[in-house]
Design a protein around this ligand. Structure first.
Ligand code: PEP
Ligand code: MG
Length: 751
């Protein structure tokens, strides 16, 4: 059964057209389960009716017939969202016949709902002449197949509606896809899809006009792979037997013009780019092998895939997001937007970003916010590979994107875009004014930086210091670890630009969703793995070089603060401090005039939260990383769009934790700040202020808004708001209470 399941899923997954997908599903299930009928009903979202979309066994003419969601046993399966298994469906009280379907001949009936993310998409049905109840194992098999197929059906449905309309058809307009808000704002433009690293599955489709030139490019890549294979064969000549060496000849033959290469070239001549032609041909071949029962032949699928990757690597050689030609108002789309990618992109022409993977607190989203680029994350259902050149509106506030927008929708969004730009300009007038409440309480506002452009942006917005400089960002846009001298130059830019204002440099925080291409970390559970200070303590040579570079850069300016990420125990704190002291000692010996900067720790892990007071006895400041603290307290991956709705810093446990940290740190007279995204949220910033945080650090783009909120509020009212909120036990109630309080305080525009 498991084999059958895999076979069906593999075959169906390789198709993108909905009709083909549904046809395949019914055919394969009918054959595989040896039953007389298999049908798929899908809900029509416009009227909620269940439409028979494909069948094997019922009359084909009845495809397109529909039932209301309360009609028939099929309707019952959909409305109850559970299977119905009966030996005589005509006897069932809910029975209702689709006239002309020929259904009356079939007695046994098993229907299971097709559910995707809690929504019933439709019903999968099998039927048989004989009166028999389907066995439990058959029922659970159908439930399993249905669960696996649901996602594929959603993808295929999305692809079908975004296919370029034929000339005669009316264009599809306002097709909405829902993701997760990544960075606020509106962007209107054309999509540019970036194919990432040599992965056949990630290749996007481009149409090329000069097919001859594209064939030349492909043949050059092919030639390189042929040479590689010949060389490998010669190199291994002595170590391999005759039989194994023959494999290389097989590879070479596969690359013959009459074989794979010929097919790929044919597809390029029809106008598709080389990468797409390669990936589609390879995928078709591997699918055929994958479905074979013979283990030897099955293995051949991986040989073909390997050849495909090799050719793709040559086709993509030297290709980085940077070389993607961006026209004005481009919306960049990637399978997984990475911080490294953002670091390299020329942003002038970039209007917006879409990432299929990742969520609102992934580092790519955090960077996009700091760059002020409207972004949607986690658009998991978007068939993005086929969308290059398509018009789109992205709404970074709601996480929605609209493909092929109608003129009407475009006008609505153009007006909103213009209003937002005006508001931004107004807020910039606050640059030189303090963040002081109406009743005289001042809250210093600092910034988080990482990209080079952040420094100027932060100064332009009137930042009073840097509360978090993410040093891993400059590491990410390089090919090797930067040298001490390189790092010193990078750090000098931050210190110099802000002097005498303080600059808090966090030591290298890699791992989780921040990886270095030249220092790969492969882990099952990266957010619970080798991250932050755990890595640098295991590699003191990397840590010491970084600390030396920071201290040397600080010689002239004296405004450095060093901060340690992801600490969970006092040993990590003490060992890190010892290494910092070692660097100070060595530099002094070498004749540098270095001073010991203030050293602080981040509270990002529940264990650290309970040790706040212990840490406070050994450090000069504490900064809360609420992004990680929220994910670890709630056990919700900050990177996973499926659980994005569960990730909220307004959870009562998170708010209690945030207050606990301030109380504990202040017992030791140690100042506490926050550098997670909560500080950039209007209601969040006010709550943190009421809790007693000493300053807030946020992305530069949000700073003017937070300043405006603070300047319009009264501290005594904010204290009452905090008290009310801390009495509530549910994040949704807390959100409503905050909205209500902001409205009462006349801050409804920020709610
Ligand atoms: C945090 O976790 O809140 C934080 C500021 O660090 P980062 O977002 O870089 O993990
Ligand atoms: Mg963190």
């Amino acid at each position: 059964m498991l084999k059958l399941l895999r076979k069906i899923v593999t075959e169906v997954r390789s198709q993108s057209d909905l009709e083909t997908v549904l046809e395949l599903i019914v055919r394969r299930i009918q054959e595989g389960m040896d039953t007389e009928v298999c049908s798929v009903y899908l809900k029509d979202p416009t009227n909620q009716r269940l439409v028979l979309r494909a069948t094997q066994g019922l009359h084909k003419d009845s495809v397109g017939s529909s039932l209301s969601k309360f009609e028939g046993v099929v309707g019952l399966v959909a409305s109850r969202a559970e299977p119905v298994n009966t030996d005589d469906v005509e006897e069932h009280p809910a029975f209702c016949l689709i006239p002309g379907s020929g259904e009356e001949q079939f007695h046994s009936f098993l229907g299971v709902p097709i559910i995707y993310q809690r929504d019933v998409l439709g019903v999968l049905v099998i039927q048989q002449f004989d009166r028999r109840r389907y066995k439990e194992v058959e029922e659970s098999f159908l439930v399993t197949v249905s669960a696996q197929l649901a996602g594929i059906i959603v993808q295929a449905e999305a692809t079908s509606v975004v296919e370029v309309p034929k000339q005669t058809e009316k264009p599809q307009v306002d097709r909405c896809f829902v993701g997760v808000p990544g960075s606020p704002g509106i962007a209107i433009g054309k999509m540019v899809v970036v194919s990432q690293t040599a992965q056949l599955d990630n290749v996007a489709e481009w149409k090329v006009s000069d097919t001859k030139a594209e064939i030349v490019v492909f043949e050059a890549a092919l030639k390189n792979v042929r040479t590689d294979i010949r060389m490998a064969s010669e190199r291994l000549a002595e170590k391999l037997g005759e039989e194994e060496r023959a494999l290389f000849d097989v590879y070479l033959r596969m690359l013959d013009d009459n074989s794979l290469a010929g097919e790929i070239i044919k597809r390029i001549s029809e106008g598709s780019c080389a990468q797409w032609s390669l990936s589609s041909v390879i995928k078709e071949h591997t699918r055929q092998f994958d479905m074979m029962d013979d283990p030897y032949l099955k293995e051949r699928a991986s040989d073909i895939r390997d050849l495909g990757h090799r050719i793709l690597a040559y086709l993509q050689e030297g290709e980085t997001p940077k070389v993607v030609e961006l026209a004005q108002n481009s919306i960049l789309v990637a399978d997984e937007l990475s911080p490294a990618m953002l670091g390299e992109i020329a942003t002038e022409k970039l209007a917006g970003l879409i990432s299929v993977k990742g969520s609102g607190n992934s580092h790519a989203a955090i960077l996009a916010r700091s760059m002020g680029i409207p972004t949607i994350m986690g658009a998991i259902d978007l068939p993005y590979k086929k969308l290059s050149g398509r018009s789109v509106i992205i709404d970074g506030h709601s996480g929605r994107l609209y493909l092929n927008p109608s003129q009407e929708l475009l006008e609505i969004y153009q007006t909103q875009l213009a209003t937002e730009r005006e508001q931004e300009e107004e807020l910039d007038n606050l640059k030189l004014l303090p963040a002081c409440t109406q009743d005289g309480v001042t809250m210093p506002l600092w910034v988080n930086t990482g990209l080079i452009a952040d420094v100027q942006r932060s100064l332009d917005k009137g930042a009073e210091g840097i509360g978090l400089y993410r040093t891993e960002i400059p590491f990410m846009i390089r090919n090797v670890f930067p040298s001490e001298q390189d790092q010193m130059e990078i750090y000098t830019r931050q210190l110099e630009a802000f002097a005498p204002r303080p600059v808090t440099m966090r030591t290298l925080d890699i791992g989780g969703d921040k990886s270095l291409t030249y220092f790969p970390i492969e882990e099952e559970n990266p957010f619970l793995g080798w991250r932050g200070v755990r890595v640098t303590l295991d590699h003191p040579e990397i840590f010491l070089v970084q600390i030396r570079a920071m201290l040397r850069a600080n010689e002239k300016y004296g405004n450095l603060r060093i901060m340690l990420p992801m600490v969970t125990s006092i040993n990590e704190v003490l060992e890190s401090i010892a290494l910092i002291d070692q660097a100070i000692f060595e530099l002094t010996e070498e004749g540098y005039k270095v001073v010991r900067p203030p050293i602080g720790v981040m509270i990002e892990v529940p264990a650290a939260l309970y040790l706040t007071r212990v840490f406070a006895r050994h450090v000069d400041f504490i900064s809360v990383g609420s992004n990680d603290l929220t994910q670890y307290l709630l056990a919700v991956d900050r990177n996973n769009p499926r659980v994005a709705s569960l990730y909220t810093s307004y959870h009562p446990a998170v708010l209690q934790a945030l207050r606990f940290i301030v109380v504990e740190a202040h017992k030791e007279n140690v100042p506490v700040s926050i550098c997670g995204e909560l500080a950039a949220d209007p209601a969040g910033a006010l709550l943190l202020m009421a809790m007693g945080y000493n300053f807030l650090s946020m992305n530069a783009n949000n700073l003017p808004k937070i300043k405006a909120v603070i300047r319009s509020s009264r501290f005594d009212e904010v204290k009452v708001m905090l008290r009310n909120v801390l009495n509530l036990n549910d994040s949704e109630h807390i959100r409503q209470e905050l909205e209500h309080s902001l409205n009462e305080m006349g801050l409804g525009a920020y709610a």
